[in-house]
Design a binder for this molecule. Sequence first.
Ligand SMILES: Nc1ncnc2c1ncn2[C@@H]1O[C@H](COP(=O)(O)OP(=O)(O)OP(=O)(O)O)[C@@H](O)[C@H]1O
Length: 376
Amino acid sequence: MSETESDEPLLSMEDVEVHFKPGGVIEKALSEEIVRAVDGISLEVEEEDIVALVGESGCGKTTLGKAAIGLQRPTGGSIKYRGQNIWKAKDRSSDAKISKDEIQQALQIIHQDPGSALNSSRRVRATLADPLKRWRKELGPDERLETIYHFLEYVGMTPVEDYAERFPHQLSGGEQQRVVLGRALLTNPDLVLADEAVSALDVSLRVEMMDLLLELQDMFGTSFVFVSHDLANARYLTKKSDGRIAVMYLGDIVEIGDPDELIENPTHPYTKVLRWSTPPADPDVASETMHMQPPVRRIDIPDPADPPEGCKFHTRCEHAREVCKQEDPDLYDADGTDAKCFRALDNHEYWHSEELTDREELGFTSSLDEEEPADD
Ligand SMILES: Nc1ncnc2c1ncn2[C@@H]1O[C@H](COP(=O)(O)OP(=O)(O)OP(=O)(O)O)[C@@H](O)[C@H]1O
């Protein structure tokens, strides 16, 4: 962990934007083609915190995660590690109080595919020696090997002497992911981005791996940003760690908060869609929900290079009204979560705004419509 004493949050992101321009396209066309992968997100991650980013493919989870750990330069806003602007440090600005190396050591990543993250011609021992040679130069060969054995034990790979000598192809997928996790933790990081780190594993191994992450969080005090398209995994991990789920849609966080509140009592209509698409553990309930229509007006996701004006979800939202076409909501306090939806506010012109009329044209009938609150 960093030795730096600071009252600042471990990581703070303010109004972060990552806008991509597709390569090779002439300048004139670029303004039309820009993909707003992350579109003005503010988020803090504290010590020993877990934030799970969930949402459909392409909503910006990985880009936000990479921006958080300094692997993706934002096109707008600021990202600070313990109060130090990451990119000022990376650009070796003379007033940076925390160095680029210290930040790099503190912010690590575990990728989805452990097979490609490991060099097939190197033994586990050699793979794990690399970060130690780089970040803990004070260790001699014997101490280094001892540290490697300790970490193999932490990640449940015993007998350690046996696993240390194996090549990646002599390990199962779950064991490979444990080596990747051990390698990330060897630098004693403050924050690890786990990018779909359990998705490639069999269902039974996913829970095992998430339990391991929680154990290691407890042991080392590491924080995690956990990227997942699966709400059930996000819930499992954040519920056990007092963490938060952040639901993303087209480059925005549309709802964030306590996992139980967010899943049992979602405020944002898109969170309801995600919940609908996550099969409940109970098979009886699962078969019931299979016959329900998805709580959306349209299934198709808008083009991220040309997102809708106003609230980006209004083209699919079953509760959308005229005002949602005009104005982009902020994140509002919504009892246990924060939601980027006017419906979180009792007194907003939304409630007097006209409903969008294409609902019937699309043949949609809603099972989730709610009463509007009475005027006080
Ligand atoms: N290097 C890049 N250049 C151009 N566009 C990019 C780049 N990286 C990502 N994008 C685009 O940014 C958007 C967000 O991508 P991102 O990978 O962050 O989403 P995601 O939610 O992690 O998706 P998935 O679950 O499929 O990994 C997508 O439209 C993607 O095509």
